[in-house]
Design a binder for this molecule. Structure first.
Ligand code: PHE
Length: 452
């Protein structure tokens, strides 16, 4: 069967950027910047994107387009069916499965916060503590988090089920520009509040004294999650790319957009937080605890700005959720020959079921611990601290040492006539063979607690 391809160049870039731009950018990035030395962290993060993120992204793009297969098929095709490498591909598919099951729970929260905004509920959440107890009441409920988790999965299934062009590309073509417009509107709103400057200062003022090797690794770990690397999401998306596409440029675009959105999210959040006189509480509570209180005090915040912010967050989460489901779906289509509509529904359903204990981790199943963590935290730890870094390390080893830089470069240069092949090929080859794997190995060891 002829493989489906993205209709346009822009379609591919927006879909891949849609995968990359997610909760990681809007929820996590701003608070880790705030916690870890502001501008100094930003510089480090940019370095990590350049030295690790972009080279690994190019590796994934190359494998995907060369083989036109899902991650398992891609590794199998280039290693003559070697069992170990097939297993590495399989780890990616499993990661998609695992990440989506808890990602979708948070996606569901964002949907429910849109409704809270529309119904004017932020008006009562005038202090962070009130917002927090409201939040805890919601996530601890035995039914609602599951209902919204289901709604989020249904949206993902709906888009993936409609196909690469008709579903993913069509929706990303609409949702990604919408996301940018919303973000810009929210930034303008936040920056024009009296007292906004304090927030900008907090976000950007470099505090080099906070820099430490550990922070470096935090930056690297986040770069990975944020760019959707290490699990084959980018392999899968690039398996629908045409040969005339310039993969070098594409990775710059996708990495650039991902970083830009993360950066801009900080400008939408911190100025508003400071202008309303709250403390940023560097931590995950920022979005669901501090922001509702910020909206309660902002002129027009209760209905308009609050709702728009959570629409923004939901869009970001949805386009990432879609890419996670697509990895699983593509695997079953390519390797098992099933039909897209069936696979997307059945995988979505199984992911939904796995997500139920995650959705209940903040309520009735909170006492159920695996390795001392709730089910939700356990899956998050497994995926983002173990599976993704390992996947990233192994893809570098595969491309750099097993399959061979020479073949990879041949593929990279198709469609990239303008690129200075020799110079960039040498730099990229060096990064993929030496620098990137060592850096990723360090992160991996840190994450699993070797350096504590
Ligand atoms: N990049 C997404 C985010 O920033 C998360 C994600 C990871 C999506 C891996 C797909 C694959 O939230």
């Amino acid at each position: 069967m002829q493989r489906e391809h993205w209709k346009s160049h822009m379609g591919f870039i927006l879909a891949a950027a849609g995968s990359a731009v997610g909760l990681g950018n809007i929820w996590r990035f701003p608070y880790i910047v705030g916690e870890n030395g502001g501008g100094a962290f930003v510089i480090l993060y940019l370095l990590c994107i350049a030295v690790v993120g972009l080279p690994v992204m190019l590796c994934e793009f190359i494998l995907g387009r060369k083989t036109e297969k899902d991650p398992v098929g891609a590794y199998a095709a280039l290693s003559n069916g070697n069992k170990f490498w097939k297993f590495v591909g399989f780890m990616g598919v499993a990661s998609g499965f695992i990440i989506l099951s808890y990602y979708s729970v948070v996606g569901g929260w964002t949907l429910s916060y849109i409704l809270k905004g529309l119904s004017g509920q932020f008006a009562q959440l005038t202090a962070p503590d009130l917002a927090l107890s409201n939040f805890m009441g919601f996530v601890g409920h035995p039914v609602w988090p599951i209902v919204f988790h289901a709604a989020f999965i249904v949206l993902c299934i709906w888009i993936v089920h409609s196909g690469v062009r008709q579903g993913i590309e069509r929706w990303c073509d609409i949702l990604m520009p919408a996301l940018f417009v919303l973000l810009v509107i929210l930034i303008v709103r936040a920056l024009t509040l009296p007292g906004a400057g304090e927030g900008v200062r907090f976000f950007l003022q470099p505090d080099f004294s906070k820099l430490s090797p550990k922070i470096f690794l935090v930056a690297l770990g986040h770069a990975f999650f944020s760019m959707s690397l290490g699990m084959g999401a980018m392999i899968t998306y690039s398996s629908y790319v045409q040969k005339k596409e310039n993969l070098w440029k594409a990775s710059l675009w996708v990495g650039g957009l991902d970083t830009l959105v993360a950066f801009l999210a900080g400008f939408a959040i911190f100025p508003a937080v400071f202008a309303m006189g709250f403390s940023p509480e560097g931590g995950p509570g920022l979005i669901f605890k501090v922001l509702p209180a910020v909206f309660a005090h902002m002129p027009g915040g209760t209905y308009l700005w609050g709702t728009l912010f959570f629409v923004l967050l939901a869009i970001a989460a949805l386009t990432s959720g879609v890419s996670l489901l697509e990895v699983v779906t593509a695997y079953f289509i390519d390797e098992k020959g099933y039909a897209r509509h069936k696979v997307s529904i059945v995988s979505g359903l199984v992911i939904f079921l796995l997500g139920i204990p995650c959705a209940l981790s903040f309520g009735c199943m909170g006492g159920f611990k695996v390795f001392g963590k709730t089910f939700f935290d356990c899956l998050d730890y497994l995926a983002s601290n173990i599976l993704l870094p390992m996947g990233g390390l192994l893809i570098c080893v595969f491309v750099g040492w097993f399959w061979g830089i020479r073949y990879a470069l041949e593929e990279a240069h198709s469609g990239a006539e303008g690129v200075k092949e020799i110079v960039w090929g040498k730099i990229w080859g060096f990064l993929v063979r030496f620098l990137t794997p060592v850096a990723v190995l360090l992160v991996f060891l840190l994450k699993i607690g070797v350096f504590k």
